[in-house]
Design a protein around this ligand. Structure first.
Ligand code: C5P
Length: 405
């Protein structure tokens, strides 16, 4: 499983992962791998019950910097191992969190290592419970959950489904990606809190007949990186996504669309709520004139075929024209040649505040892949060419720049 985003600015940040005695404990190994692939440093603590499900050795093999189990163990850091996460970790995530550990944390008990470390910890604590639906629904567990939320801890709630014992209900550990997002947002500055960002992303799909369409190769990854980075920095994000755009954090308000006109209608209705819009979508400039619901047959055309197209609205251009004072507009320009000149011309005629140009077709740039090589220009005359960066890092830097517009 690959992490959905890897941000250079978070490399080396330290996470303490607590694991409780639940069948879902094995999933903590995958979570640990996600954290490592996201270039975070990870230490681990297992409750005594957790060691019956997974071994400390497994976490050590995945490069955990320390794996604590026993509060009274001798060795490095003893006797103050319960204070080490407090001293070094930027965030503490407990996944899976059992009913017992939730009760311990709510009551402030410190009778085993995980609970003692959590009680001493003063930075963000994220709890992802997993248990039998009956145990989850129990009034005692629910009271503990409310108590922990009221104290400001983040809970990634269990989801509905079949749990290990075969019962159906709420109790399954949340998706690892959702736990990952919750943790990552705790490591990011919340400098976009209070802002609303509109992002368009992905391709559009223009139907031609009942089975065929006109589209392009946009993966939506650049826009997904922008939406995700803004979300992690505390913004409210309104994402208008074309077909096949990647998964986004659950907290992003996603609006799925198909055609350019649908994307335009969705973006236009959301635009008044936004402080800024970043238009990364590869919108079809023209749509084939549709041939109806059925499948077009070759015999209707003969040897060659001409298709008529009609123009689509330019979403960026229209929303820039309709913007209220203070709303910022960032456009993208995917080009195959003369990048700087083409991007600069687009900044002017689309009346954007900033344009991000990239050459499509290169190995480290464009629609597919995780990397991009961009040229950025804004209306204040500032221009920069950036080296090859991951799309996540391009997104992060664009948001930094957006703040200065
Ligand atoms: O003119 P061009 O398609 O190259 O412009 C690219 C920029 O304009 C991108 O930001 C893209 O999202 C936006 N655009 C749009 N609506 C269109 C065409 C492009 O919002 N119909």
């Amino acid at each position: 499983m690959e992490p959905p985003i890897v941000l250079s600015c978070l490399a080396g940040r330290r996470v303490h992962l607590g694991v409780c005695g639940s069948v879902a404990a094995y999933k903590a190994l995958d979570l640990m791998r996600l954290f490592r692939k996201a270039r975070l440093r990870v230490s681990v603590v297992l409750t005594p019950a957790a060691t019956r499900f997974v071994t400390p050795l497994s976490f050590a093999a995945l490069e955990a910097e320390a794996v604590d189990t026993d509060m009274f163990a001798a060795g490095e850091g003893a006797p103050f191992g319960h204070l080490r996460p407090r001293a070094v970790a930027d965030a503490f995530v407990v996944a899976p969190a059992s009913a017992t550990t939730l009760a311990r944390l709510a009551a402030g008990l410190a009778d085993e290592m995980l609970a003692a470390q959590a009680l001493a910890f003063s930075r963000p604590l994220v709890l992802a419970p997993a248990m039998n639906p009956g145990m989850w629904a129990n009034a005692a567990t629910q009271a503990n959950v409310r108590c922990l939320q009221e104290r400001g801890h983040s809970l990634v709630l269990p989801v509905l489904g079949r749990v290990a014992c075969g019962e159906e209900g709420q109790g399954r550990l949340a998706d690892l990606e959702d736990i990952f997002w919750a943790l990552l947002s705790k490591l990011c500055p919340q400098d976009m809190a209070g802002k609303t960002l509109l992002v368009t992303l992905g391709p559009t799909r223009e139907p031609w007949d009942g089975v065929r369409c006109w589209t392009n190769l946009s993966s939506g990854r650049m826009g997904a990186a922008v939406a995700t980075a803004a979300f992690l920095r505390g913004a409210r994000v309104l994402a208008v996504a074309g077909p096949g755009a990647p998964r986004l954090p659950g907290g992003v308000e996603r609006h799925d669309t198909g055609t350019a006109r649908e994307m335009f209608a969705a973006a236009r209705s959301l635009w008044p709520q936004a402080d800024a819009g970043i238009f990364t979508a590869a919108v079809a400039d023209y749509s084939p004139l549709p041939l109806g619901e059925g499948k077009f047959k070759k015999r209707q055309a003969g040897e060659s075929l001409s298709i008529a197209f009609s123009g689509n609205p330019d979403i960026l251009f229209h929303l820039a024209a309709e913007r209220r004072i203070g709303q910022k507009v960032v456009g993208f320009a995917a080009e195959t040649s003369d990048l700087e000149a083409q991007a600069t011309a687009k900044l002017e005629w689309k009346k954007a505040d900033m344009i991000v140009g990239n050459l499509v077709g290169g190995a480290d740039s464009g629609f597919a892949g995780d990397k991009n090589t961009v040229f950025v220009r804004d209306i204040h005359g500032r221009a920069e060419s950036w080296p090859v960066l991951s799309k996540a890092d391009v997104a992060w830097r664009l948001l930094d720049w957006l703040e200065t517009l």
